[in-house]
Ligand binder design. Sequence first.
Ligand SMILES: *Cc1c(COP(=O)(O)O)cnc(C)c1O
Ligand code: SF4
Length: 456
Amino acid sequence: MVQHERATTRSQLQLLRGTRAPAFAGVADEDWQDWRWQLKHRLNSIGELAEIIRLTPEEEEGIRASGILRLDITPYFASLIDPDDPTCPIRRQVVPTGRELVPFTAEMRDSLAEDLHSPVPGLVHRYPDRVLLLITTQCASYCRYCTRSRIVGDPHANFSPQEFEAQLDYLRRTPQVRDVLLSGGDPLILSPKVLEHVLSSLREIPHIEIIRIGSRVPIFLPQRITPELTDMLAKYHPLWMNIHVNHPKEITPEVEDALDRLSRAGIPLGSQSVLLRGINDHPAIMHKLMRELTRCRVRPYYIYQCDEVHGAGHFRTTVAKGIEIMESLRGHMSGYAVPTYVVDLPGGGGKVPVGPNYLLAQGSNRVVLRNFEGYIGTYTEPDDYQGPDMAVPEEWIWPEPGQRGVAGLLAGEELAILPQEFDAVHRRGGKEHRLNQDKDKWTPRGVGGQSVPHGG
Ligand SMILES: *Cc1c(COP(=O)(O)O)cnc(C)c1O
Ligand code: SF4
C-alpha cells in the first residue's frame, strides 16, 4: 500500500464538539449555529481557503480552474479539514485539484443517462415503481466527485416552477409510481417554504406511498436540521431519508445531534457512501464508518462504486476493492451495519448489487456455501419442494410494464430476453421458406403465451 509522505492519522480522526478553524474563532456562537450564516459565509476562493489550510500547488490549480463544478464549503465543514495534511479525507472531498480536469476513458457528462430516462425535465423514471425527482441544483457544499456535476452548482440549470408542475403532472397520471425520491442538488437546501410546497404537493397524490429525501445537508450543514425543519418534515410521513456520508470523520457531535433530531421526528435514516480513492477505500475506514452510523441509528444502505462521470476520474477504484471491503464487513459486524455495494451501470442500467460469492456449488438437492470465516458447509434442500401453493390477491401483483426482467423469466412469462438486434441478425437476410412458416413450433407450452425468439 502506498502511503502519502505527509499522511497523518490525525487527519483521519474525529474532532471535538464545536471545533472551528482558528480563522472563525471570533464568530459569535449564535452566528456559527445559524445555518443561514453558514451558507452566506461559504469559502470559495484561494484567499479564503488559504486562511484555513495550507494549499498545495495542485489544489491552487484546481481552485483557479474551477472548471467542472462550483466550489463552496461551509465554514463548519471546512473546519473539519486537517490544515497540514493534503491527504485529509474531508479536504479531498471538497477542495478541488487540477486532477479534476484530466479526462479519462469512458467518462461522460451524464454517465447514468439520467436525462435520457426523464420523461419530463428533472424526473428520472428508471425503475418500475419509483422515480427520482431533481428539485434543485444547489448544495450546501460541493463534492468534487458529484455524479450530477452536469447540473449541480449551476443556478441557471435550476428547475423552473413550470418544470416542477410538469413533474407533478407526470406523477398524477402514472399510478405505478408509489415511491418518490427527492434529490438534486440537495433538497434540504431549498427554502423551507419551497420544500414544504414540494412535499405537500406530492402528498396530494394518493398513489404515492413513500417520499424519500437524499441529502448531504446533515453532514455539510448540521445546523440546518432545526426543530422547525423536523416538525415540518414529520407532517409528511411516511418520509424516509438517506444521508450521503463517506468518512467517519464526518460524524461529529453536531452531526450526531442532527441525526438524533431526524430520528426523533420518526424519519427512518439510511446512508449512502461513494467508494472513493484516497478517502474511504480501506476496509478499516468503511468498517468504522458503518459502525458509527449504526450507533447513530442510521442504517447503512448503499456503498456506490464511483460513477464514470467527468471530473471524478482520480477518485475511482476498481470494483475488486469494493468487493474486498464488503468481504471485510459481512459477518464481521452487525448485519444492520452492512450496506449493499452497488455499481450504477453507465447508460442507465441502474444499480446492480455486487459482492463476494458465498455460493460455491449446487447439486440436485444440496448447495455448498462458505461463510465469512472460510467455513465451507452444505445445506440439504427438501426433495419434494414444488413452490408456493396459495392464491394471492390480484391487486398485490404490481404492474411493471416492460420491466419484468429476470423475475418474469422465472415466473414463466417469457422464454428469453433478447438483445435488440437478435431477430434481424439471426434471420440472416433469409426469406420465408417451407421450414420457417409455422411459427407454432417455437411456442413453448405453458410459457407466456408469447411467441419465441425466431417467431418474430
Ligand atoms: C437510485 C435510484 C432510485 C432508488 O433506488 P433504490 O434502489 O430503490 O434505492 C430510483 N431512481 C433512480 C433513477 C435512481 O438512480
Ligand atoms: S451533495 Fe450530492 S448533489 Fe451535492 S455535490 Fe455532493 S454529491 Fe453532488
